[in-house]
Design a protein around this ligand. Structure first.
Ligand SMILES: Nc1ncnc2c1ncn2[C@@H]1O[C@H](COP(=O)(O)OP(=O)(O)O)[C@@H](O)[C@H]1O
Ligand SMILES: [Mg+2]
Length: 374
């Protein structure tokens, strides 16, 4: 069976079959029926889930459903129901449409599901659509399948938003009674929010999945990419040059790929120039300036300290800086409130007691550079 929107093959994809097998094996052994994975943005979660894990799950005889809730922030319910019915395509889509009172022949009787898929989301998006009914129907269809289902919910922290609480509760209840047959991976970029989702007794997914860091790409990925690049380049790079660039780009796969692309296009300028160009472009977005200017002075001061690795935010020196930045006296509460606001907006994540970090390393670098130049 074909995955509906399988990404086109990419020679630059560094495959991680063992990692995929590891997750599937744990599900197979019934050690768990749900896992939560977190890593910062641009670290390779989505690429792994779509290009490694889902194809491996298909090979293991799973039905697979994938949805990225970040792209569907306002209606995660529609996105999830659509993903689940895609897993059952074409019958799933038909069944859900029938349930909604829109028999499929009105849409398109052919099995060309790609065409009907947009229609399903449009039908579900209608103000009067019976989404709860649609969810029940698609689950009923899934219950009839022989194959188990792997459901991958990317950027799952969206479900933690208060406005989605009803749907999150309904989903949890539905998944709860199907643990044997439906395995779930929650992935997300906001560790703080994911933690709250699974650790707070009042949250729908309380205690539901073990949360663990997503294993990051490292030396093997760099070696793979440099080797492939060298097979096409006139001026080859050494592994050491590749590693240096990877480090300088804060071990961020997305930025490293941009470096490689830049180097390939401007080889005579050399790797140092390509690295400088990449750093300048990834760490100097207008986007960051906009985000920055929306923060108040106390929040900016806290971000600056965190970006510089100053961790004792409640100490005298830090409070002095906070006071200087805001022009008012600062107490431990000033710092605590700033940290709470920054966490709520996903700028900052709490790693442990008193241990905070800026979520997006590119933003952190931008903040550091800003200080150097001002
Ligand atoms: N396994 C991989 N092989 C090659 N490039 C990768 C890999 N994982 C990530 N990348 C690069 O990093 C970029 C960001 O990865 P992505 O999966 O979107 O990150 P995340 O979902 O964690 O934000 C990709 O577009 C790709 O360029
Ligand atoms: Mg992603």
């Amino acid at each position: 069976m074909k995955l509906l929107d399988t990404p086109a093959p990419d020679p630059w994809h560094f495959a991680r079959p063992e990692l995929a097998e590891g997750y599937l094996q744990a599900f197979g052994l019934k050690l768990s029926s749900a896992r939560g994975l977190f890593a910062r943005r641009r670290m390779g979660k989505t690429e792994f889930l779509r290009r490694d894990l889902l194809p491996a799950a298909l090979e293991h005889g799973y039905l697979v459903a994938y949805t990225n809730l970040w792209d569907n922030r306002s209606s995660p319910d529609v996105a999830l129901i659509a993903a689940l019915s895609d897993a059952l395509a074409p019958q799933g889509v038909k069944a859900v449409l029938t349930k909604l009172g829109k028999p499929v022949r009105k849409i398109k009787a052919s099995a060309k599901v790609a065409g009907a898929e947009g229609s399903l989301e449009a039908e579900l998006g209608a103000a009067d659509a019976d989404r709860a009914g649609a969810l029940r129907e698609v689950l009923r269809q899934l219950d009839r399948q022989k194959k188990p289902l792997l459901l991958v919910i990317d950027e799952a922290q969206v479900l933690a938003r208060a406005e989605h609480a009803d749907f999150a509760h309904a989903l949890r209840a539905a998944l709860d009674i199907r643990k044997e047959r439906i395995k779930v991976i929650f992935a997300g970029s906001s560790e703080t929010t994911l933690r709250e989702m699974f650790a707070r007794a009042s949250e729908p997914f309380y205690n539901w999945a073990a949360l663990e860091p997503f294993p990051l790409l490292g030396d093997e990925f760099v070696a793979f990419t440099i080797k492939l690049m060298n097979s096409m380049a006139r001026h080859r790079l050494t592994l050491a040059q590749g590693r240096l660039a990877f480090e300088e780009l804060h071990r961020t796969p997305e930025f490293f790929k941009r470096f490689v692309e830049r180097y390939m296009l401007y080889q005579p300028q050399g790797d140092a120039a390509a690295l400088a160009h990449t750093k300048a472009s990834v760490f100097s977005d207008d986007h960051f300036l906009r985000q920055w200017s929306e923060l108040n002075r106390a929040d900016q001061a806290v971000m600056t300290m965190l970006a510089r690795g100053e961790t004792d935010l409640h100490g005298t020196a830090s409070l002095g800086k906070l006071a200087a930045a805001t022009g008012k006296s600062a107490t431990k509460n000033t710092a605590a409130h700033a940290l709470r606001r920054l966490q709520a907006q996903n700028f900052v994540t709490r790693l442990g007691m008193g241990d905070y970090r800026i979520e997006d390393e590119a933003f952190a670098e931008w903040v550091r550079r800003r200080k150097e130049t001002s």
